[in-house]
Design a protein around this ligand. Sequence first.
Ligand code: ZN
Ligand code: ZN
Length: 139
Amino acid sequence: MDLRNCIKCGRVFAYTGSDICSRCAGDDIEDFKKVKEYLYEKPGATVVEVSEETGVSEKKILRYLRESRIEIREVDNFLLDCQRCGKSIRSGRFCDKCTYEMKREFKSAITPKKEEPKLKDPGKEKTKMYTYEIRKKYK
Ligand SMILES: [Zn+2]
Ligand SMILES: [Zn+2]
């Protein structure tokens, strides 16, 4: 078991991929709700504004951004970099272009198990045919 100290309260807890213990994770959900509700009221708010109004630390808000849980529309202030091409982005880890390209690469690299109806991908017809051919082969 990987034991760690919670970055928030310092308590030792069993690491499960999060840097905070389950007790603090509860607070985290509360904070996230506050941030989300605030952004719902004021969609154009900046990180500083959100932090001041909700009492949630800027660091935490930036983490929500990094985890793609929220999106802050700061026109002149792109806070994150695409981890693939380095372009400034507003949320998540990759820019739209890289996300699209990676999805396409990912799709062609593996045999899809199920369809993703949300994805508008020109390669979709090809993928279907590929799946069909595989099925035929093993019948
Ligand atoms: Zn804690
Ligand atoms: Zn990119």
